[in-house]
Design a protein around this ligand. Structure first.
Ligand SMILES: NC(=O)c1ccc[n+]([C@@H]2O[C@H](COP(=O)([O-])OP(=O)(O)OC[C@H]3O[C@@H](n4cnc5c(N)ncnc54)[C@H](OP(=O)(O)O)[C@@H]3O)[C@@H](O)[C@H]2O)c1
Length: 328
C-alpha cells in the first residue's frame, strides 16, 4: 500500500488559480502521453507516486488520453488511485471533453450538452471517482452555441460532478465571450488551459495572458517543454526512446540544425544559472505572472524530480531575460 512522503509539502510552491479559492502547485503532472495501456503500469504508478511525494497535487487528464484506445489513461489513473484513496482530498484532478472520443455524432469533436454530460460520466467511471475538481471543455467549437456549452458545464457543476469549470484552447476573444455567460450563470469558471513555452508564445501575441491577469482567471499551461525539445533530450541528436524518436509527435520535423543550435545556446544559459534546460524552461514560463501552473509530461520518474526542482530558481536577471529573448 502506498504511503506518501511526510515531507511532501516542504518545498512545492502553491499559487492561487486566478481569483478563485483553489491553489495549484506551480508544477503539475499531465497524463496525456505514457499512461495508456501500451505503457508499463509500474512506471506510471511510480511517476504518480513520485509526483505526489514532491507536493505535486494536481493531475491533469482528458477523456481521450491514452493508447491504444481513448480513455486508457483515465483507466490506469483509476487503478493507481485505488491505492491512494486516503489522499483524494489532497488532490486536484481534472479531466476534459471536446475532441473526438467515440464513434457517431455525439462523440466527435464538439461542445454539445449531450457530449459533455455523457463524457464526464464515462470519465468518472473509468477513474472510479464521484467528482473531478476541474472539468474542461477541451477545445473551442464554432458549431455549438457557446450558451449551450456554458450551460452544460454549469449543469455538471450543479449535479456535483465537478467543482470548477475550465476551458482549453480558447483564445482571449472566445474566453471573453464564454466568461460573460458564466458570470450570468454564476458558474465557478476559474481556469483556461493554453499551450505556452519558450518556443510557443502565442498567448502573448493574442493577449490571453493579459486577459487572464486582468480578469482573475488562472492559466494552467500545457507542453511547457515544447513536448521535450526544451530539455537535455535532443541536445546531441534524437534518442530512439524519445517522443520525437518514437514518432509520437507532429512537431518532430522542427528539430533541425537551427533548432539544435538554439537549444544548445539556451542550455548554456541554463548551466550558468545552475539549472538544467528543462528547469530553466519551466522557470521562464512560471515567470509570466499570468501563469498559475505548468502541466508537465514525463516518461520516467527522474524527469519529474528534475522538473519539480525548477521552483528553486524562479527569478531571472534582466540580462538573462534579454539573452533568452534573443534566442527564442
Ligand atoms: N489541453 C490540451 O489541448 C493539451 C494538449 C497537450 C497537452 N496537454 C496537457 O499538458 C501535459 C503536458 O504536455 P506535454 O507532455 O506535451 O508536456 P512537456 O512537458 O512539454 O513534454 C513532456 C515530455 O518531455 C520529455 N521530458 C520531460 N521532462 C524531461 C526532462 N527533465 N528531461 C528530458 N526529457 C524530459 C518527456 O518526453 P520523452 O518521452 O521524450 O522522455 C516528456 O514526456 C499533458 O500531459 C496534458 O495534461 C493539454
Amino acid at each position: 500500500m502506498y504511503i506518501a512522503n511526510e515531507k511532501r509539502y516542504d518545498k512545492m510552491i502553491y499559487r492561487r488559480c486566478g481569483k478563485s479559492g483553489l491553489k495549484l502547485p506551480a508544477v503539475s503532472l499531465g497524463l496525456w502521453k505514457n499512461f495508456g495501456h501500451n505503457g508499463c503500469f509500474a512506471n506510471m504508478e511510480e511517476m504518480v507516486h513520485t509526483a505526489f511525494n514532491l507536493g505535486i497535487t494536481h493531475f491533469d487528464l482528458a477523456n481521450n488520453y491514452g493508447n491504444p484506445y481513448n480513455g486508457s489513461a483515465e483507466e490506469n489513473f483509476g487503478r493507481i488511485l485505488a491505492d491512494m484513496r486516503q489522499y483524494r482530498d489532497e488532490m486536484c484532478i481534472s479531466t476534459k471533453a471536446g475532441y473526438e472520443m467515440w464513434a457517431g455524432p455525439y462523440g466527435d469533436r464538439n461542445g454539445s450538452r449531450k457530449y459533455l454530460t455523457a463524457s464526464l460520466d464515462q470519465s468518472l467511471k473509468r477513474m472510479g471517482l464521484e467528482y473531478v475538481d476541474i472539468f474542461y471543455h477541451h477545445v473551442f467549437d464554432p458549431n455549438t452555441p457557446l450558451e449551450e456549452t456554458a450551460l452544460a458545464l454549469n449543469y455538471i457543476i450543479r449535479r456535483g460532478k465537478a467543482l470548477y469549470v475550465g476551458i482549453s484552447n480558447y483564445n482571449s476573444e472566445q474566453t471573453a465571450e464564454i466568461s460573460a455567460i458564466f458570470r450570468e450563470l454564476h458558474t465557478p469558471f476559474i481556469v483556461n488551459q493554453p499551450s505556452y513555452s519558450m518556443l510557443n508564445r502565442w498567448i502573448e501575441d493574442d493577449g490571453l495572458d493579459e486577459y487572464a491577469r486582468e480578469h482573475g482567471i488562472g492559466l494552467a499551461v500545457f507542453s511547457p517543454l515544447y513536448q521535450g525539445f526544451l530539455t537535455n533530450r535532443y541536445l546531441e541528436g534524437v534518442p530512439k526512446d524519445s517522443r520525437v524518436g518514437k514518432g509520437d509527435t507532429w512537431i518532430g520535423e522542427q528539430l533541425d540544425d537551427q533548432m539544435n543550435k538554439r537549444l544548445n545556446a539556451l542550455n548554456k544559459i541554463a548551466e550558468r544559472r545552475g539549472q538544467t534546460l528543462s528547469q530553466m524552461a519551466l522557470s521562464w514560463v512560471l515567470h509570466n505572472s499570468a501563469v498559475t501552473t505548468v502541466l508537465i509530461g514525463a516518461s520516467r520518474p527522474s524527469q519529474i524530480i528534475e522538473n519539480a526542482a525548477c521552483i528553486e530558481k524562479l527569478d531571472f536577471t534582466a540580462e538573462e531575460l534579454d539573452e533568452i529573448k534573443a534566442l527564442i
